[in-house]
Design a protein around this ligand. Structure first.
Ligand code: ADP
Ligand code: MG
Length: 409
C-alpha cells in the first residue's frame, strides 16, 4: 500500500490553515530527523525510487539555516534527510495573491480573459509545483484553500501517478471566527494605509513618509486580507471534504481550539500515514481525530455534526451482516474514535441501529445523513456541550435512522 506523502491542507479562508501547516511541517521535520536512523534500509527498498525523468527535480535545500521547529521558515521549502525530503508549498511560496480568487467583475483587471482565469492559472502553478517534487520519498505539505472537490481529486490522481498517495488535513473553524480574522486583517491594513497617507501628507516630516514608503517588503503576504466579497464568496464555494470519498481520505481534522496534545495526536496519525508504519493494517477511518475532546466550542458544532454522522454511516456499513438485511447493528455511543471513559456496561456504551429488511447501501445512508445534517445544521441546543454533544448527536442520528428504516419497511 502506498504511503501518503501528499498532505493536502484545506479549510475556509483565514481559518488557520497556514498556522496548522507550519506546525505540521515542524512536526514532520522532527520526525524525519529522528526516524532517519531508525528506518531500516529494507523497508525503504520496498518503496519505488523517485522515478521522475529530470534528475534536478528536487527543490533546493534551505538557503537559510534551518529555523527552530516552532517557526519554520516558510520560504524555506525543503528539508532533506536520507529517507525523506520535506516540502512546503503554498500560494505564498508561489507568489499567488489572494486576488486570484476574486470573481467579482469590478475587481477584475482589464486584460483578464474571464472571472476565474487567474485562479485557474494559479491552480496550474500549484499543480506543477506539486508534480515537480512529489514521490514516495518526497513529503509535500500543500497549504492552501484546496476547496474544490474536483481539484482535490486531481491531486489525488497525481499522487497516484507519482506512486504515492494523498491525505487531507481539514482545518475546521467556524465561519464567524474565520470572518473575524479576515476583518481584523482588513482593519490593520486600513490603519496602515491611513498612517501612510497621513505621513505622506505631512510632507514636513518627509523622513517619516519615506520610512513608511520604504516598507512594502514589511507587509507579510501571509497576512494579506481578502476583500469581504472575495472572502464570502470563497466560503460559499467551499466544498467540504468527505471522508467517504477516495480522494478525501484518509481525512484528518483539527479545529481551532485543539490543544497541543490533540494536535500532536493528529500529527502522529498523519506521520503514520506518511511513513507507512502499520500501513498494512491501516484502515481508512474518517474520524480519527475526534478523540475525547473535553470541550468543543459551539463554533465547531458543524464539524462535530459531520464527523459523528459520517462515522455512524461508516460503522453501519462495516458492521451490517454480509447476507441480506434485517437485524441490528451496534455502534459505539461515544464520539468516533474516542474511547469512552468508563468501559463498564456494554449496552450503555452502544447504540442499536435496527436495519430494514434489505441491506442498506452507502448512497441511501448518505442521503439520510445529509438530510439529518440539513435538519440539524442550525443547531438544536446540542451544540453547547462538547463531548456530550458528540454523543447526543450520535444518539439523535441513530434515532433518526431507525425511524427512517422503519418507514422504509
Ligand atoms: P489561513 O492560512 O487559513 O488564512 P492563518 O493560519 O494565517 O489562516 O491564521 C489566521 C490567523 O488566525 C493568524 O493570525 C493566526 O495566528 C490565527 N490562528 C490560526 N489558527 C489558530 C489557532 N488554532 N488558535 C489561535 N489562533 C489561531
Ligand atoms: Mg494561509
Amino acid at each position: 500500500m502506498p504511503v501518503c506523502t501528499l498532505i493536502i491542507v484545506t479549510g475556509l479562508p483565514t481559518s488557520g490553515k497556514t498556522t496548522r501547516a507550519r506546525q505540521l511541517y515542524a512536526y514532520l521535520e522532527s520526525r524525519i530527523g529522528s526516524s532517519s536512523s531508525s528506518v531500516s534500509p529494507d523497508s525503504l527498498s520496498n518503496s519505488p525510487p523517485p522515478q521522475q525523468a529530470e534528475p534536478q527535480q528536487q527543490s533546493q535545500p534551505p538557503s537559510q539555516p534551518t529555523s527552530p521547529p516552532s517557526t519554520p521558515q516558510l520560504q524555506t521549502k525543503t528539508t532533506t534527510s536520507p529517507h525523506y525530503r520535506l516540502h512546503y508549498i503554498s500560494d505564498t511560496t508561489l507568489s499567488i495573491s489572494r486576488t486570484v480568487y476574486d470573481l467579482s467583475p469590478e475587481n477584475l483587471p482589464a486584460h483578464v480573459r474571464s472571472a476565474n482565469a487567474l485562479e485557474k492559472d494559479a491552480r496550474a502553478a500549484v499543480y506543477a509545483a506539486v508534480k515537480r517534487v512529489l514521490s514516495p520519498r518526497d513529503i509535500v505539505v500543500l497549504d492552501g484553500l484546496n476547496y474544490i472537490k474536483g481539484w482535490r481529486y486531481q491531486l489525488f490522481c497525481e499522487a497516484k501517478n507519482a506512486r504515492t498517495a494523498s491525505c487531507v488535513l481539514q482545518v475546521g473553524c467556524s465561519v464567524d471566527r474565520a470572518r473575524g480574522v479576515n476583518e481584523g486583517r482588513l482593519k490593520r491594513q486600513e490603519e496602515k494605509r491611513a498612517k501612510k497617507e497621513k505621513a505622506t501628507e505631512d510632507a514636513a516630516s518627509s523622513a517619516e513618509a519615506e520610512a513608511a514608503d520604504g516598507k512594502p517588503a514589511d507587509d507579510d503576504p501571509e497576512q494579506e486580507p481578502y476583500t469581504p466579497s472575495n472572502w464570502e464568496n470563497l466560503v460559499f464555494r467551499y466544498e467540504e471534504p468527505n471522508a467517504m470519498t477516495r480522494w478525501d481520505s484518509p481525512l484528518f481534522t483539527l479545529v481551532w481550539d485543539d490543544d497541543e496534545a490533540q494536535t500532536r495526536q493528529v500529527f502522529a496519525q498523519i506521520w503514520d500515514a506518511v511513513a507507512g508504519e502499520g500501513a498494512a493494517k491501516r484502515v481508512i477511518r474518517p474520524n480519527q481525530s475526534t478523540v475525547q475532546r473535553d470541550k468543543d466550542p459551539g463554533g465547531d458544532y458543524l464539524y462535530v455534526l459531520e464527523r459523528e454522522t459520517q462515522d455512524i454511516v461508516k460503522q453501519i456499513l462495516a458492521r451490517q451482516p454480509e447476507d441480506g438485511g434485517g437485524g441490528e447493528v451496534r455502534v459505539p455511543r461515544a464520539g468516533s474514535g474516542g474511547s469512552s471513559s468508563g468501559r463498564a456496561g456494554q449496552d450503555e456504551e452502544e447504540l442499536v441501529v435496527h436495519l430494514p429488511g434489505k441491506k442498506v447501501g452507502l448512497p441511501q445512508l448518505q442521503r439520510y445523513r445529509r438530510a439529518f445534517v440539513g435538519l440539524n445544521r442550525g443547531g438544536i441546543g446540542l451544540e453547547a456541550v462538547g463531548k456530550l454533544a458528540a454523543e447526543r448527536l450520535r444518539e439523535s442520528f441513530v434515532g433518526y435512522l431507525n425511524d427512517a428504516f422503519e418507514k422504509d419497511g
